[in-house]
Design a protein around this ligand. Structure first.
Ligand SMILES: [Zn+2]
Length: 232
């Protein structure tokens, strides 16, 4: 049976529209995949930053503890020397040094107390962050796996459809095929169906007499966007 050239051509055009829809879906899946991957990197970076903040606080606590220990040693050293001084002047001067050291020690004690409570608070917040982020991370991983599965299936489908397209193209009359290929280099959907008596690409209304011709399977150019119109 010789196929009607109009039918084979429109078959190719509608096939291409379906293929294009799949390719668009593929693009949107890829962009969703990128989004999920950047969410994962963001979570990763958050965790690294939070750990670094905790490590910094711990370092500060360690340093302050060392300073305090040193102050204690200096204080007991000076207090020992207090009993060994010979003149009131020496005694006074040593006493003053002890007072300064004691002041410093009080300040360091206060600072350490504040740091400890800050560290405790940070550890608490970090624990909460970790548990909520781990839930989020798992959810993102699950979504990503599903998406990658869908994407792989979609890519297979597209590949299969592209192979089948060759057969459809061969059936199309040469002149139409060439013209269509030319038009495809300019716009992705150069041949569109008539819908509601209008061009389905630019919605330009079609005159009654043109509509009648289209219904007889003539191909006409749209007066709005110059695409080829067909009527099924
Ligand atoms: Zn149009």
């Amino acid at each position: 049976m010789v196929e009607n050239p109009f039918t084979t051509f429109i078959d190719l055009v509608t096939y291409d529209a379906a293929l294009r829809a799949l390719q668009q879906k593929r693009l949107s899946l890829i962009s969703e995949q990128n989004h999920l991957q950047s969410t994962l990197s963001l979570l990763e970076r958050n965790a690294v930053l939070a750990k670094a903040r905790l490590a910094d606080l711990r370092k500060e606590v360690d340093k302050l503890e060392r300073d305090l220990h040193e102050l204690d040693e200096q204080l007991s050293d000076k207090q020992r020397r207090l009993s060994l001084v010979n003149t009131p002047k020496e005694y006074m001067s040593l006493q003053q040094e002890i007072e300064v050291l004691e002041q410093n020690k009080r300040k360091a004690d206060d600072a350490l107390l504040a740091l400890w409570s800050a560290l405790e608070e940070h550890q608490k917040v970090d624990k909460q962050r970790e548990s909520s982020e781990s839930v989020e991370r798992d959810a993102v991983h699950t979504k990503l796996r599903e998406l990658q599965q869908n994407l792989a299936e979609l890519e297979q489908e597209i590949e299969k459809k592209q192979r089948l397209r060759v057969e459809k193209e061969i059936k199309t009359p040469d002149a139409w095929r060439e013209k269509y290929a030319m038009m495809l280099t300019r716009v992705e959907n150069p041949v569109v169906p008539v819908e509601n008596a209008s061009c389905s690409a630019c919605f330009y209304p079609i005159a009654q007499q043109d509509l009648a011709a289209l219904m007889r399977h003539k191909l006409l150019e749209c007066k709005g966007c110059y695409r080829i119109l067909y009527y099924l």
